[in-house]
Design a protein around this ligand. Structure first.
Ligand SMILES: [Zn+2]
Ligand SMILES: [Zn+2]
Length: 346
C-alpha cells in the first residue's frame, strides 16, 4: 500500500513531524503503507534526502508520482484511497510531556513540541518534567537518589537546586511566546519512607503536579514476592495521593515494566483511592498496554481521566490517537461525553 503525501503537507514547516503523524494515522486506521509517494518535482536536494531518510526510519521507501491528490491543508494524507485526517478532534489536552531537560528524552524541544501539538488541534499542551531529572545528575535514571538522603540534602541546600532554577527560567522565557494553551508542571516521585521528592519551595509556581511510581525505594525486584510487591506499591500510591498532585501518571505501569502480572484485583481499590483524593487517572500509551478495565472502574467511581502522550521525542507531542481508542472503548466517543469525564485545562 502507498502513502500519498500531498504538496501542502510537504511544504509545511512542520512537514517532517507531519509525515510521522501520517504514518501513525495510517497504522491506527489498520493500514500498513510500505512506500510513500510525493508529487513529482515537489522536493529536491536536501529536502528529498531528508524525506527518504525519515521513511527509512519507518522501514519505508519513497518515490515520486503523478497521482498524488491535492491536499486542502497540511494536515491530510492518504493511505491508498483512505483519507487520513491528521488533526485531532477538538477539546483534548495532552497533560504529560517531557522537555530537553529529561535524561530519558530522545530529542525533544519544548517549543517545537508545543507548536506541533497545538497545530494538530490539541486544546492544551502541558509539559511535566521529572523533578528528579532537574535535581540529580545524569545517572538519576538509576534511582539511587531515592535512598541517598545525603545527596538529596546536598542538592536541596543549593538555592538553584541543580537544574530546577534553569527549568523555571526556561519556562518563564517561553511562556509569552507560547500563550495560554501551553501549561507547565512536574512529574514527581517518592523518596524512601514515602517522602515526596520535592523541595518545599518547589511546590509552588506550576499549573499542576503529577505523581508517579517509577521505582520503589525498598524493593529488591529480584527477590520480592508478588504479594509483598503489591503491598509496597499500594503504600507508595497512597503516599503520592496524600500530596497535592492533580494526576496519577501511568497508574499500573510499574508491573509490566518489571515483567510482573498487573494486579487487576486492585483496580477498584485504586479507583476508590483516586476518587477520595480527587486525583485524575492518566491514560498513557507511552510503551504501555491498554488498561480499559481499570479506566472503566475509574469512570464508575467518578474519577476523572487525563490524557498524556508522555512525549520524549518532539514528534510524539500530541500523539493521542491511542488514547482516543481507549476513550472510545469506554463509551466516551463524542466531544460532549469526553468533556464530562476527561481532564481539560481549557
Ligand atoms: Zn513517568
Ligand atoms: Zn513522563
Amino acid at each position: 500500500m502507498k502513502l500519498y503525501l500531498p504538496e501542502s503537507l510537504l511544504l509545511s514547516p512542520l512537514s517532517f513531524w507531519l509525515v510521522d503523524k501520517a504514518i501513525k494515522a495510517a497504522r491506527f486506521a489498520g493500514l500498513k503503507p510500505s512506500m510513500a509517494v510525493v508529487p513529482k518535482g515537489c522536493l529536491e536536494g536536501l529536502a528529498w534526502y531528508r524525506l527518504k531518510s525519515e521513511m527509512a526510519l519507518h522501514g519505508m521507501s519513497c518515490e515520486e508520482g503523478t497521482d498524488v491528490p491535492v491536499g486542502a491543508s497540511p494536515f491530510v494524507a492518504w493511505a491508498g484511497e483512505t483519507l487520513l485526517q491528521l488533526q485531532l478532534p477538538p477539546g483534548l489536552c495532552d497533560c504529560h510531556a517531557h522537555t530537553q531537560f529529561a535524561y530519558c528524552g530522545r530529542g525533544i524541544d519544548l517549543v517545537d513540541a508545543a507548536t506541533l501539538s497545538l497545530s494538530l488541534g490539541v486544546a492544551c499542551q502541558c509539559f511535566t518534567e521529572h523533578a528528579f531529572a532537574l535535581y540529580f545528575g545524569s545517572d538519576a535514571l538509576k534511582f539511587k537518589w531515592q535512598n541517598d538522603a545525603e545527596e538529596v540534602a546536598r542538592v536541596w541546600a543549593d538555592p538553584r537546586r541543580s537544574r530546577m532554577a534553569a527549568y523555571r527560567e526556561m519556562l518563564q522565557s517561553v511562556k509569552p511566546l507560547l500563550g495560554d494553551r501551553v501549561r507547565f508542571g512536574l512529574e514527581v516521585d517518592l523518596l524512601k519512607d514515602g517522602q515526596f521528592c520535592l523541595h518545599p519551595e518547589d511546590y509552588e509556581g506550576w499549573d499542576y503536579l503529577i505523581g508517579a511510581v517509577h521505582e520503589i525505594a525498598d524493593v529488591d525486584i529480584k527477590t520480592i514476592s508478588d504479594a509483598e510487591l503489591e503491598k509496597k506499591w499500594l503504600r507508595d500510591v497512597e503516599a503520592l495521593l496524600a500530596q497535592p498532585i492533580r494526576i496519577l501518571a501511568h497508574p499500573f505501569r510499574y508491573f509490566p515494566w518489571y515483567r510482573r502480572a498487573v494486579p487487576r484485583h486492585l483496580y477498584k481499590t485504586v479507583a476508590k483511592m483516586l476518587k477520595q483524593a480527587g486525583v485524575a487517572a492518566e491514560i498513557n500509551h507511552h510503551k504501555n498496554a491498554f488498561e480499559v478495565e481499570f479506566f472503566a472502574e475509574c469512570l464508575s467511581e467518578g474519577v476523572q481521566l487525563s490524557l498524556g502522550s508522555d512525549a520524549h521525542v518532539t514528534r510524539q507531542a500530541g500523539d493521542l490517537w491511542a488514547h482516543l481508542k481507549t476513550l472510545e472503548a469506554l463509551g466516551l466517543d463524542t466531544a460532549e461525553k469526553r468533556a464530562a469525564h476527561v481532564l481539560s485545562f481549557n
